[in-house]
Design a protein. Structure first.
Length: 265
């Protein structure tokens, strides 16, 4: 690295990848990467990480607005000619093209609470699921450690939820197959009550069934990924539901299919 170029911190580069910097700072770091191999290599390393992004984002890519992404990539100018080393696996244009696509997919996948998701065709109820996912992502098995509450404690907790959401919940209604009930509590989202029923799956860790009032109409179950977890979500005429956890998709579907009829009985 030349002496007049300072390597940005990983925090700055991560913010660059997430599109969270001011325009002037974004342009400065992009210029650094065009001028210096080490800066570009560090950005590429942080962009790739160790996660199987291609597999994780495959369903989202199928839904992505391809025309808009292609226009974004076409707008990226080709960099000025510069010396390239044999170790360069991709060109500067290839790198920033990949970053543009990654940023666009990241916005679709994980930034619905900013309202961008709706503009790209996502459902209008996705914001609350994004907020819940941020919260549940902080849970570990230790968060929910301890014995399963007795039936009378579960009933009392669910009664408090019922008082705000108008549901006829019981320990039997919210029981999930093979998963331990841990607690039911009331939270608040956008000045409205949000019920969170937390569970601990002995195989995959924390899981939650969350409920809000909704007048968006009935919706059959659908699936999405948030914060490294799987989410099954659906709605009735009066409420929206989401089941979120680390279990594989097939198991999450089975659990949701088992609990749904009991919640509307």
């Amino acid at each position: 690295m030349t002496s007049d170029i300072r390597m940005p911190s990983d925090e700055q580069l991560t913010a660059f990848l997430d599109g969270e910097l001011q325009q002037q700072e974004m342009a400065r770091i992009e210029a650094l990467a065009n001028e210096d191999e080490e800066v570009a290599a560090r950005i590429e390393f942080l962009a790739n990480g160790s996660m199987p992004f291609r597999e994780a984002f495959a369903p989202l890519l199928d839904e992505a607005p391809k025309d808009r992404l292609e226009a974004m990539l076409a707008a990226i100018p080709a960099p000025a000619a510069a010396a390239k080393t044999e170790r360069s696996a991709i060109t500067r244009r290839g790198l920033f093209g990949a970053l543009a696509a990654s940023l666009a997919v990241g916005i679709i996948a994980d930034r619905a609470y900013l309202g961008i998701g709706r503009n790209l065709g996502r459902d209008e109820g996705s914001e609350w699921r994004s907020v819940v996912a941020e919260y549940i992502a902080l849970y570990t098995p230790d968060t929910l450690a301890g014995p399963v509450p007795p039936a009378d404690v579960q009933t009392a907790q669910l009664a408090r939820v019922d008082s705000k959401l108008g549901l006829n919940l019981s320990p039997e209604a919210v029981a999930l197959p093979g998963v331990d009930f841990k607690r039911a509590q009331l939270l608040e989202y956008d000045d409205h009550p949000l019920a969170q029923i937390a569970y601990l799956d002995p195989e995959t860790g924390p899981m939650a069934l969350c409920i809000v009032r909704s007048d968006k109409g009935e919706k059959e179950p659908d699936i999405e990924g948030r914060k490294g977890m799987n989410v099954i979500y659906w709605s009735t005429a009066t409420h929206a539901f989401m089941l979120i956890g680390h279990a594989p998709v097939d198991r999450m579907r089975e659990i949701a299919d088992a609990v749904r009829p009991k919640l509307t009985a």
